[in-house]
Design a protein around this ligand. Structure first.
Ligand SMILES: CC(C)(COP(=O)(O)OP(=O)(O)OC[C@H]1O[C@@H](n2cnc3c(N)ncnc32)[C@H](O)[C@@H]1OP(=O)(O)O)[C@@H](O)C(=O)NCCC(=O)NCCS
Length: 172
């Protein structure tokens, strides 16, 4: 398994693999902005926006690859306002269901921190569904909980679930 930063054109080249990844995660119950069943058209539109953000330098995308196949990814959204240029938000940590629990999620996050430091982003923030595998992963990696907002996001048409907000300073 290798973890790479992908350019906008490299994401385009693997467009179907990225849509497959998002569909697999959402339809498998992953709480990442969308509700199942996720249509391919909606997934494609999402990745079109990511490609634009990467092309304009607003985001960095890391992909976990096995045999040239995308099995996971994570995005770093770089804050653009002048007083926030040291800050970035971690978004959409995704690992294919079939490749979970072998350290890919953790490896993506460890690499993401290295990349964030390289581009001068020393404070990272993120939020994640309370009680999920993601929450345990972030705690293991030393993220600090800021707090929990109850009933923050829909996890199905009728149920609002709590979200935990975390931050991590990469330098003292
Ligand atoms: C959160 C997510 C990215 C984690 O991906 P992952 O690749 O399974 O993560 P890891 O393998 O690093 O860790 C997951 C678990 O596997 C365990 N693990 C890691 N390597 C292992 C191995 N070799 N053998 C057995 N277990 C292992 C970890 O200890 C961890 O256990 P825990 O959940 O009980 O704490 C994945 O579950 C996912 O895509 N979820 C849906 C989307 C989501 O919620 N994203 C986060 C919010 S944006």
């Amino acid at each position: 398994m290798e973890i790479k930063i992908l350019s906008a054109s490299e994401i385009k080249m693997r467009f179907t693999q990225f849509s497959d990844l998002l569909i697999d995660v959402v339809n498998g119950g992953g709480a990442v902005s969308f509700l199942p069943p996720l249509a391919r058209e909606t997934a494609d539109q999402f990745w079109e926006r990511v490609i634009d953000d990467v092309a304009t330098g607003h985001k960095i995308l890391l992909a976990a690859m096995i045999d040239d196949q995308v099995v996971g990814s994570v995005q770093l959204a770089l804050m653009q306002m002048p007083n926030q240029v040291y800050r970035a938000e971690v978004q959409k940590l995704l690992v294919l269901n079939a490749y979970r629990q072998r350290g890919i999620g953790q490896a993506l996050m460890v690499k993401l921190e290295e990349v964030a430091l390289e581009v001068g982003r020393t404070l990272l923030i993120l939020d994640t569904l309370q009680g999920d595998s993601g929450e345990r992963l972030y705690r293991r990696l030393g993220w600090t909980e800021l707090g929990v907002i109850p009933k923050f996001a829909l996890i199905d048409e009728h149920t609002l679930a709590a979200t935990v907000f975390f931050y991590k300073h990469l330098v003292g």
